[in-house]
Design a protein around this ligand. Structure first.
Ligand code: FES
Length: 215
């Protein structure tokens, strides 16, 4: 049996498995912390979405819950003015590079961006930033596979599809290409999926938190 540690989240005490990352421990306790790139299996998460910030007593600045291991006596706040500000900014940055046409999105009402907006009372539109992506700059949708489509304009670069492709189905058809704001998930040589080793098993579609990969 795995050992447990006592931690306090938002004033409530919980017993959670020792060595667990705080994000998953909190979610298992029913406490929602926004997250897109976090992966429970990943030993060293990239922490790229910057949505899972929390404050921990004794640590001067907010930290990402997906990288923080729980320890006995840890005292955590999931909502403070600093956390809310950081999460709000990270969320708006994601929206600034995201095709915002929810009504036409295959993931409408199941999208994790919509869930984060609901839970944290954030607007699903830009209030401070300008869009990085205009309609004229939208990349063409890859509908070359028989069974699903890939719309890179909706991708939030969480890497879940790449994880499944590499570690679960072990095909290795997709990965991240380019850097900075040009970074995207694609195939080797940025070829259509039907021209890659993709077997069209659809497992990547199931883990996409937004409507980038859809049936
Ligand atoms: Fe922690 Fe993305 S889930 S930074």
């Amino acid at each position: 049996m795995s050992s447990k540690v006592k931690i306090t989240i938002d004033g409530q005490q919980y017993q959670v498995p020792a060595g667990e990352k705080l994000l998953w421990a909190a979610l298992d306790c029913g406490i929602y912390i926004p997250h897109l790139c976090g992966n429970r299996e990943e030993e060293r998460p990239e922490a790229s979405c910057r949505l899972c910030f929390v404050e921990i007593e004794g640590i001067p600045d907010p930290v990402t819950a997906c990288t923080q291991e729980v320890i006995e006596g840890m005292v955590v706040q999931t909502r403070t003015p600093r956390v809310d500000r950081l999460v709000g900014t990270a969320f708006e940055l994601l929206l600034s590079n995201h095709k915002m046409r929810c009504g036409k999105c295959p993931q409408n009402r199941r999208c994790e961006l919509q869930k984060i907006a609901r839970e944290r009372k954030l607007k699903l539109r830009l209030t401070r930033l300008r869009p990085l992506l205009t309609e004229e700059q939208y990349q063409p949708i890859d509908d070359s596979p028989d069974s699903f489509i890939y719309d890179s304009n909706r991708c939030v670069l969480c890497g879940r599809c790449i994880w499944v492709d590499h570690k679960v189905v072990k095909v290795g058809a997709i990965g991240f290409i380019r850097r900075g704001i040009d970074r995207k998930m694609s195939t080797f040589g940025d070829r259509p999926l039907s021209e890659s080793p993709c077997t069209q098993c659809g497992e990547c579609v199931k883990v996409c938190p937004v409507g980038a990969l859809g049936f």
